[in-house]
Structure formats: C-alpha cells, structure tokens
Design a protein. Structure first.
Length: 299
C-alpha cells in the first residue's frame, strides 16, 4: 500500500495541449493527444467537427481566444499559413509567453516569416512537418520533423512524441518544411517508379500483388544501399563509378524505354532518367557513378 502510494505520487500530470484545426489531420493529432492522456482543448472553424473528440474527453473552445488561453502548448494544423495567421490575428496578447507548434504545411519562407512574427510577440515557435497520413498518426511509422526554437522540442518532446517520432532538424524554422518538400519529391519518384513497373509487368499479365514484394525488397535493400553508398560521393563531389558507371545505366535505361514503348506504356519517367544520364555522358562523365547526376540536377 505504502509502495503504491509512493509510486503514484511520482507520476506527473500530463501536459495540457490545445489543437487548432480539426480537419483530417488535426482530428488525428487531437485524438493521439487524448489517447496519450493529455488534457486536450480543441478549436475548429466548423465547430461540429469537435463533437467526436469531445465525446472522447476533449474540451471544445468557443473561440480562437479561448483555445489559445486554455494551454501553454498550442499545436496548429490548418489548411495553410495564411489561414493560421487569420485565425491567430487578434490573439497576439494572449499568445505572448506561450508555445506554438505549427504542423500546417507550407514553404520554408512562410515558416521563417511566421517564426519572425512569433518572435516579435514573445511566442516560442516550432515549425513541424508531418510525414504520415492521418491514420498513421501515433503509429510506429509516424515521423514528425521539427525545426525552430531549440529549447521547445526538448521541453515538449514527451507530449509531441504522442504524434510520432520527433526528429530535431535544428534552429532554422524553414528547414522542416524544406525537408518535407524534398522527402515528398522522393516519395513521388518512388511511387511513380513503382507504378511504372506495375504497368510494365501488368502489360505481360503480371499482377501488382506479384510484382510488389519483389519491388519493395529491392527498394528497401539494394536501392537503400546505393543511396547510402552515394551519399559520401555527393558530399565529396567525387563519383568513382567502380560499381556501375553512367554508360551502363544508360544502356539499361534504353531497355526500359524500349520495353515501355513496345507495351504502349508512358515513357515520360524513363525519358527523364535517360535525359539526365545523356547530359552527364555528353559532358564526358560516362564512367562516373550515378551520383554524378547531382551536378546535372543542380544545374
Ligand atoms: N492529410 C494529410 O495526409 C497530411 C499530411 C501531412 C501534412 N498535412 C497538412 O496538414 C494541414 C491540414 O491538412 P488536413 O488533411 O487536415 O486538411 P483538411 O481536412 O482539408 O482540413 C483543413 C483545416 O483547415 C481549416 N480551414 C480551412 N480554411 C479555413 C479558414 N479560412 N479559416 C479557418 N480554418 C480554415 C479547416 O476548417 P473547417 O473544418 O472549418 O473547414 C480544417 O480544420 C495541411 O497543411 C496539410 O498539408 C496533411
């Protein structure tokens, strides 16, 4: 009995949090805070969207001011930065001394501008980029990138960890958004490459379900290994083609183009790869590794 009382007396109350914006993502964020036991206040322009969260224990704020003043930590996730500024306009005095973690998507420039605005108010500001869709929030594949006020993530990490693994990208508020766009570009390249493969093998009667296990094994094993190998080359600006030179890659790209044309499959994607390889080869770099293309891409 005595031991149990002792251990309970050491339990800290969970930090209170306000979530502004209850679209698909804001609803998932608020749900994850509730699931982790955080007293959660929510506000949304369309008030009815708060009802399912209130049924789970959230408090619905009646105005942006009530939302801001309910918690020291405010997490915002609305359509865009202009919307967030509009929602927070008029709340400047209430925001002073609090912490805003903005998980709305935007450009690095918008994030830096908002960080400057927050600094002028005495509002601690952390910009974030959510690298998962709403159903994955709080799950094992959820990552949230953060950049901005250096102490904010350290202070609120246990609370923010309810959303997904927090990744600290340093003090420049614009960097999280820049990583976000770069990583989405990587995702679209990978998804379109996979779909191109699905179309190609599909033309010969292979189902996506048969092709995909082979594709994901290749992507997460060998291709991830190539990326790791070329990382040092990209940083060092030297591209020894001792594993496979661009001449070899281009020959394989021509096979992809041929196989695509023969099956009536769109060639836009392989034309991009081949065009970049041809440029580097024309400049005399045919024996260099694939990493040489960084200089074509950078222009
Ligand atoms: N969904 C994803 O997979 C995902 C992933 C990563 C990042 N994000 C980012 O998360 C943010 C929200 O995305 P979402 O999927 O939740 O979008 P959503 O479902 O369309 O929700 C948009 C939110 O913005 C609010 N809003 C729009 N215009 C407004 C205005 N003029 N005044 C006040 N509030 C306004 C909406 O309020 P109402 O309910 O009143 O319309 C709603 O809360 C976006 O920046 C998005 O890029 C989304």
């Amino acid at each position: 009995m005595h031991e149990q009382e002792n251990s309970m007396s050491h339990e800290l109350p969970q930090e209170s949090v306000t979530v502004i914006g209850l679209g698909a993502m804001g609803t998932a964020l608020a749900g994850a805070f509730l699931a982790a036991g955080h007293p959660t206040t929510v506000w949304n322009r369309t008030a009815a969207k708060a009802e399912p969260l209130v049924a789970r224990g959230a408090v619905a704020a009646s105005s942006p001011e009530a939302a801001v003043t309910a918690s020291q930590l405010i997490v915002a996730c609305v359509l865009d930065y202009g919307t967030l500024r509009a929602v927070l306009t008029g709340q400047e005095a209430a925001l002073a001394g609090r912490t805003l973690v903005n998980l709305t998507s935007g450009s690095p420039e918008q994030a830096r501008e908002l960080a400057d605005w927050a600094a002028g108010l005495g509002l601690a500001y952390l910009d974030g980029a959510i690298m998962i869709t709403p159903p994955g929030i709080g799950g094992p594949d959820a990552t949230v990138l953060y950049s901005g006020a250096p102490d904010v993530l350290a202070r609120h990490r246990p609370t923010l960890a309810a959303l997904g693994e927090p990744v600290d990208l340093g003090p420049d508020a614009g960097i999280a958004g820049l990583y976000d766009t770069a990583l989405l570009g990587l995702m679209w390249s990978a998804l379109s490459g996979w779909l191109h493969g699905v179309a190609l093998v599909g033309a010969d009667g292979v189902r996506a379900a048969e092709f995909t296990p082979v594709a994901t094994r290749w992507l997460s094993g060998a291709v991830a290994g190539f990326i790791n190998r070329y990382t040092a080359q990209a940083d060092a600006r030297t591209y020894p083609g001792d594993d496979a030179g661009l001449d070899i890659h281009l020959a394989a790209m021509e096979h992809l183009l041929h196989a695509s044309r023969a099956r009536g499959v769109d060639t836009t994607l392989p034309e991009v790869f081949a065009g970049q390889a041809r440029q580097a080869i024309a400049a005399g770099h045919g024996a260099d590794s694939y990493a040489r293309l960084i200089e074509v891409i950078e222009k």
